[in-house]
Write a protein that binds this ligand. Sequence first.
Ligand SMILES: [Zn+2]
Length: 146
Amino acid sequence: MELATEPDVYSPNIDDNGNYVDRIPSFHSNALANGIRCPCGTRKDKVYISAPLFAAHCKTKTHEKWVQDLNTNKSNFFTENQKLRDIVHAQKIMIGKLELELSSKNMTINYLTQELTKIMTVGGGTLLHTQPTATATATANDLLMF
Ligand SMILES: [Zn+2]
């Protein structure tokens, strides 16, 4: 699978005081077999493949400022998280409704396809490739009206 070859995305730890702090992950685990990418924005597409390289990155100004900003915006993250949870909840409901609607429409389409096939195969069981007869048209219209 494609996901397995993607590098993991780094996220800092939270210390006893609830602050974000860097913790260099172990690069010996399988989880980091494809390296790690840092979302701080210093080097967007850079993939770190060893602990010393990533530790050096964590000491860069941009990365340190990023961690500092995470700590400054902690309460905003909570609010943002709540908003996103609400959105996910609303979208789950929306998806459920759409799935029901889709299922119902699929059933209608299957039914109408069967009925249409019956109408089109009048006489000898072969499909008519000409214009539908007046009777067939009327029946198809009746079906669409239900
Ligand atoms: Zn970084």
